[in-house]
Design a protein around this ligand. Structure first.
Ligand SMILES: Nc1ncnc2c1ncn2[C@@H]1O[C@H](COP(=O)(O)OP(=O)(O)O)[C@@H](O)[C@H]1O
Ligand SMILES: [Mg+2]
Length: 409
């Protein structure tokens, strides 16, 4: 690191500024040697930053392209965006190897000049009026040609569960066909003999998403790797370096206090809090104390920078939790948010029973229990709660807990 990194408030961290992820990046490359990987973690925890890093600093001879498929609604689109990404990152490789003799794609090269910005994708789509209907053929051709180059290729598909949810809303049968096709592509040839690797990322739990649709078996060959949280030490290092680097004087307790207030370290909140400390210093030009950290956190909970992200945690329950799970989840989180140190599992079960009774859902006991267990699993997996001392469950993020208590208890 030459100069002091910028603050990143929301956008992925640029590869030159990425820190604390060295070991994890190595772990990913290692996992990718033997198979395909799914990387999940909630929004704004640093997935895209890591995936961008793999793209910008490839290892083991890989060519890496990365696409965000959040808004795609058809399988055919994924090949368009992948080819487009190749066109941006490796135009020579695409033209001379991948697309050589593939009329649809090589033809697009000739027309792209006349179409202008975003042109390659348009030109590709224009190369086959039935591009959507022929998605499978284009997909087969694309992957077969990519393999024929003999060059290791890593395809990074960010926000994949969102695309699957879009698809499930449009055409559930098509979703099933697409997932089955993709699974076959991942298994034939077997990864040990395949030069292609898939790394899919997502902010919602892929397994839960597909469980609800009865399609988990279509992705269970992917190795599930979760993004490790930054350690207390990482956070302290971050705070010290960002403040020292800007010549901001602060009391020795400041970094520790920030760690304590953060709770589960969501890096986005870490950045906002540190930037706000820096701004406070700019305004007041005095040494910062740990009471300033408290002020910054209290401000953050009501302030606008964090609001969208916090709101996302709340609204994604409505979006992704089905049926009775939705109101039970909201009831449980409301109760936990007003607890001092979390609630026992037995207490939460009672609370869930109460919420269920309120819904008038007359489920037999074992089904109620199953629903509860499943829900607790999701809430843990989606990083709302963690098991803390004494078998109690508390909010994973201190910031989220305070916010929830204020607006949703
Ligand atoms: N290694 C890191 N160090 C410091 N901050 C980070 C790091 N990774 C992510 N962040 C913070 O998290 C935010 C979101 O990062 P991003 O990679 O886009 O997350 P995701 O893809 O999980 O939503 C960034 O804007 C930055 O504030
Ligand atoms: Mg992302």
């Amino acid at each position: 690191m030459g100069s002091v990194p910028e603050f990143y408030i929301g956008s992925p961290v640029e590869s030159a500024d990425l820190r604390f992820r060295g070991e994890f990046v190595a772990e990913l490359w290692k996992a990718l040697r033997i198979g395909h990987v799914v990387l999940t973690a909630p929004r704004r925890t640093g997935k895209t930053s890591v995936m961008d890093y793999l793209r910008d600093c490839p290892e083991n001879g890989f060519r890496v392209v990365s696409v965000n498929v959040q808004d795609l609604t058809h399988p055919a689109d994924i090949f368009l965006v992948l080819l487009d990404a190749f066109h941006d990152a490796y135009p020579g490789f695409l033209r001379d190897r991948l697309a050589k003799g593939w009329g649809h794609v090589s033809g697009a090269f000739d027309r792209v000049e006349s179409i202008g910005a975003g042109g390659f994708r348009l030109a590709l789509r224009g190369s086959d009026p039935d591009w959507n209907r022929n998605w499978r053929r284009h997909g087969d051709t694309f992957l077969a040609r990519a393999r024929a180059t003999g060059v290791p290729i890593l395809l990074i598909i960010d926000e994949f569960p969102d695309m699957l949810l879009n698809l499930s809303r449009e055409d559930e049968e098509l979703l099933r066909e697409f997932l089955a096709w993709l699974r076959t592509q991942r298994q034939k040839p077997a990864p040990s003999r395949d030069s292609i690797r898939w790394l899919v990322g997502g902010s919602v739990n892929l397994t839960s998403t597909l469980h609800a649709l009865g399609m988990v078996d279509l992705i269970n060959d992917l190795q599930d790797i979760s993004l490790p949280p930054l350690t207390d030490e990482d956070i302290q290092t971050f705070v010290v370096d960002m403040l020292d680097g800007r010549e901001v004087p602060f009391d020795i307790e400041v970094p520790q206090r920030l760690v304590a207030r953060l709770g589960r370290p969501i890096p986005y909140f870490m950045q906002i809090a540190t930037q706000n400390l820096f701004r406070l210093w700019k305004r007041e030009q005095r040494s910062l104390a740990s009471t300033d950290v408290d002020a910054v956190f209290n401000e953050m909970i009501v302030g606008s920078a964090a609001r969208t992200q916090l709101q996302h945690y709340h609204s994604r329950i409505r979006q992704y939790y089905e049926g009775p799970k939705q109101s039970i989840a909201l009831a449980l989180l409301g109760q936990i948010s007003v607890s001092e140190v979390g609630l026992a599992r037995a207490t939460l079960l009672q609370e869930a029973e109460r919420a269920l009774a309120g819904l008038g859902a007359g489920l037999p006991e074992h089904e109620r229990r199953q629903l509860f267990n499943r829900l607790m699993f999701d809430l843990e997996n989606d990083f709302y709660v963690v098991e803390v001392e004494g078998g109690r469950y508390d909010f994973a993020s201190g910031v989220l807990k305070s916010w929830w208590r204020k607006y949703h208890a």
